[in-house]
Design a protein. Sequence first.
Length: 385
Amino acid sequence: MIYLDNNATTPIDPKVSEKMSQFLKEHFGNPSSLYPIGREVKEIITKARKVIAIALGASRTEIIFTGSGTEADNFALFGVLDAFPEKNEIITSSIEHPAVLETANYLEKKDVKVTYVPVDQYGTIDLDFLKSSITPKTSLISIMHANNELGTIQPIEAISKIAREKGVLLHTDAVQSFGKIDFKVKNLGVDLLSISAHKIYGPKGIGALYIRKGTNIKPFIHGGHQERQIRAGTENTSGIVGFGEAVRLLIEQGKKDKERIEKLAKRLKEGIESKIPKVKFNGHPENRIKGTLNFSFMGLEAEAILLALATKEIYVSTGSACSEDSEEVSHVLQAIGLKPEIARTSIRMSLGRFNTEEDIDTVLRELPEIIEKLREISAIDIDEE
Ligand code: PLP
C-alpha cells in the first residue's frame, strides 16, 4: 500500500501505539482520584501536557485537552464569543476547515456577524481586507495556519500585529501545520491555537487548544473540574499518553522527517509536471507545506483518478477528507478562483513520515499511465478548456 493521504490522517507510529497499550495494561485510575492509582495517571497526563507545551513554546497550564481538533476550533470560537457578549463579530477566512467554517455558519444563525476574508490565487488571505473588516465589535479573528487542501501557509505573525493593534483576540487552526512547520506560539503571536494528535502519527479523538495565559474565554464543556474547569469530562487518558508520545517523537525526529518528506515531494511534483501533460498545480509555489501537493488533471473527474489509483493500492484524496462523500466542489479550490469544472479534476497527495523513495517511483510509474488511459476514454476535450 502507498498511503499519500497524510493530511486526512496519519498512520499511528508504532512507538505511540506501544506506549498507549502499555499504559492501558498498567493504568485504569481516574486522574481526579486522590489515591495513588489516580495520582499516577494524573502525573502521566501532566508529563504529556508538558511535552506538548514545550513543543509549542507554551507553559503547561496553557494547554487544554479536547476531543479533537474540531472541538478545539469550536471551543475557541464559542468560548471567546461567550466571554465578550457585547462584541458579537468575528472574522475568519473563506478557506478554513469545516471545523471553523461550519461553526461560523452556525454562529451566523445565532446573530453573530461573520466576515469571511477572501484569498488570492495561491490561497493566501487578503491582509488589507482583513484589517478593514475589524470593527469595535470584533472579538476574534480565526485564520488557519496552513490549509489542509493546498498546504498554503498564512501570514499569522502579520495578522497578529493587526489583531494586537486593534485589541482583538487571534485564534489559529494549526492542525495541519503542527509538526510540519517549525513554530512557537509566542513567535506567531496568537492567543489561541488548535492541534490534533491524529495528524502527527498519534491516536484519533484527542486534540488540544493552546490558550495564552490571561486570555478571556468561557468554559466550553460544563461538568467536573477537569482541564481547569473549562473543558469538563474525565480525560481521554490513553489518548493523551499517545498524543504526548507523538509530540515527543516530533521533537526528536521532526526536523529529519521534514527534510526527507520535502525531498520526496519535490521529486513527485517535478515527476508529475514533466511526465503528465495538462496538469495545473494548485497552492503557493513556495509558501506552503511542501509535503502537500494539489494538482488538477484537466478533463478528468478526480474520483475516477482516485479509484483507479486505489486499484493499485495507492491512496490519495480529492480534497478535504470531511467532504469526500459530498458532491460539493471544494470550497477552497473555488476560493482560489478555480472554475468548478477544473476544481472537480483535482487530487491532493499528502506525504508523511512513512513514505519512501519506492513509493514515489511507483506513483510516477502508475499515475501517468492511469491519466493517459482515463483521458483516452474521457468524453471531455481538454484542448477546449
Ligand atoms: N482543522 C484542519 C485544518 C484539519 O485539516 C482538520 C482535519 O482534517 C481539522 C481541523 C479537524 O481535526 P480533527 O479530525 O481532530 O477533528
